[in-house]
Design a protein around this ligand. Structure first.
Ligand code: URA
Length: 192
């Protein structure tokens, strides 16, 4: 795909996201939060849904959780060209509640299109909502985090949500270690 075709497809994708009313979340949200980082990137990081700050700024992971995530990315030498950060749902759920199953389902078509365009080699799922949306089952986080699952040529790792690590000191080290494994895998793949 040429750069021009890609950019055109990306603009159309964003337009579809911004005009979407498939679930009720859009009506109370200020912004449709699509991504930050690069449009095409070897690492795709997927969180739950935009918080209040993300809704205000129109960018994912820019609040306290985002600061922790950004610190970890910096420690391992990731640059914005290396990652694409997004969420399972693109509109802020009121009161920062977890998105409902029907909201996740409604937003899935956008995430699938995003995935197709970004073409990551490694996907980092942050937290149980991202895991459940991806695999269709509720996880026990301590059992599912920290290792790769290979699917159709890409590698998926689940880790704790940065918000969990901020609330529970013992979540920080595993999150740090998991990001290190992600770096190593991307280096092995020659993708960074
Ligand atoms: N938590 C998330 O899951 N996503 C964000 O963008 C911010 C906080």
């Amino acid at each position: 795909m040429t750069e021009d075709t890609f950019n055109k497809r990306w603009e159309e994708f964003e337009k579809r996201c911004r005009s979407c009313n498939s679930c009720g979340l859009r009506k109370d949200a200020k912004n449709v939060v699509i991504y930050r980082g690069s449009r095409r990137a070897p690492l795709m990081i997927i969180g739950e849904g935009p918080g209040k700050e993300e809704d205000e700024k129109g960018l994912p992971f820019v609040g306290q959780s985002g600061k922790l995530l950004q610190t970890l990315l910096g420690i391992y030498g990731f640059k914005p060209k290396d990652y694409h950060i997004c969420n399972i749902v693109k509109c802020h759920p009121p009161e920062n509640r977890r998105p409902e199953a029907y909201e996740i389902k409604a937003c899935k078509k956008h995430l699938a299109e995003q995935f197709e365009l970004v073409k990551p080699r490694v996907v980092l799922l942050c937290g149980s909502t991202a895991y459940e949306a991806f695999f269709g089952v509720k996880p026990v986080m301590h059992d599912v985090r920290g290792f790769f699952i290979e699917r159709n040529g890409f590698y998926i790792m689940t880790t704790f949500h940065p918000a969990y690590a901020l609330r529970n000191e013992k979540g920080k080290i595993p999150l740090y270690e998991d990001m290190g494994k992600v770096r190593k895998k991307l280096e092995e793949l020659g993708a960074v």
